[in-house]
Design a protein around this ligand. Structure first.
Ligand code: LIP
Length: 274
């Protein structure tokens, strides 16, 4: 960060404005009827006209407000123009609609997820459930919040009593492996939840509405903002064996639960498979 990089709080302010505007567009387009549905990595991995329109709108706003920043978005990847090297050191990481399958079906559980990274570290993030208006925010070192309330995660310490959220990728072979892990994990936890929105799963864990979360195969835009929210709520957010959270595995749990959940997942080869 140099003297010209805005404070993380300032980046959060921009992120929240962009996410709210994006969420409004997603909702309006949902009300008008889902259109432009196409598939991506597999026949069940969908993208809609709204995913694309929301991303275009958010990128345009970010470009107008912060012209020197880079933007990594789910639908268009690294938007052309300033990359981190030649730019300001700030990179925005955007999932325009996380939970696209919920969006397609009209399930009120899909989110705009936007994080700001400075020199490779996520310093601010917002996740907004576009359907309900629930909004979670965090600034590195300054805590995580929803509706003005600071979040602290779950106080559960017994994995056997823990409600654990997870998700599945779109590739059938990957799903089969993930289902095998789940099959062998479920006897050791209270129960499992699958909401279909990784960014919100992380925020629910931050809020203690689930006790923990894990998933293999996430992209940065799925977990950048929600991961910061969970971390700032006091959760440990990591991969296996001290690895950073990433495509191999993201585990988020309060410190007391992290070890037991991690060890089960390691034993079950949760980061393995396709
Ligand atoms: C989806 C997630 C979901 C996860 C899927 C996928 P999309 O994102 O948030 O919870 O399990 O693997 O990444 O495709 O809706 O943006």
């Amino acid at each position: 960060m140099d003297g010209t990089t805005p404070a993380p709080e300032e980046l959060l302010k921009i992120a929240v404005e962009v996410a709210r505007e994006a969420a409004e567009t997603a909702c309006r387009m949902r009300a008008d009827g889902v259109s432009g549905v196409a598939t991506k990595s597999t026949v069940t991995d969908v993208v809609t006209a709204a995913d694309r329109a929301v991303e275009r709108q958010a990128v345009a706003t970010l470009r107008a407000v912060r012209p020197g920043d880079a933007v990594l978005g789910e639908e268009y990847g690294d938007a052309e123009g300033a990359g981190p090297a030649g730019g300001s050191g700030v990179r925005w990481i955007l999932d325009p609609i996380d939970g696209t399958v919920n969006y397609l079906y009209g399930l009120p559980h899909y989110a705009v997820s936007l994080a700001a990274e400075v020199d490779g570290e996520v310093v601010a993030g917002v996740v907004r459930n576009a359907a309900t208006g629930d909004e979670w925010t965090a600034v590195r070192g300054r805590g995580a919040y929803r509706a003005g309330q600071r979040l602290h995660g779950s106080v559960e310490t017994d994995l056997g009593q823990a409600l654990v959220a997870t998700g599945f990728g779109y590739d059938p072979a990957r799903r089969a492996h993930q289902a095998g892990v789940l099959h062998r994990l479920i006897p050791y936890v209270r129960d499992i939840r699958r909401f279909g929105v990784a960014s919100i799963d992380l925020c629910l864990a931050a809020e203690g509405l689930v006790d923990g979360y894990y998933e293999k195969g996430l992209n940065l835009w799925d977990h950048a903002a929600g991961g910061l929210v969970a971390t700032e709520a006091g959760l440990r957010v990591d991969g296996l064996a001290g690895a950073a959270p990433g495509p191999d595995l993201v585990i988020a749990a309060p410190p007391a639960l992290f070890g037991p959940l991690h060890d089960h997942l390691a034993r079950l080869d949760a980061a393995g498979g396709p």
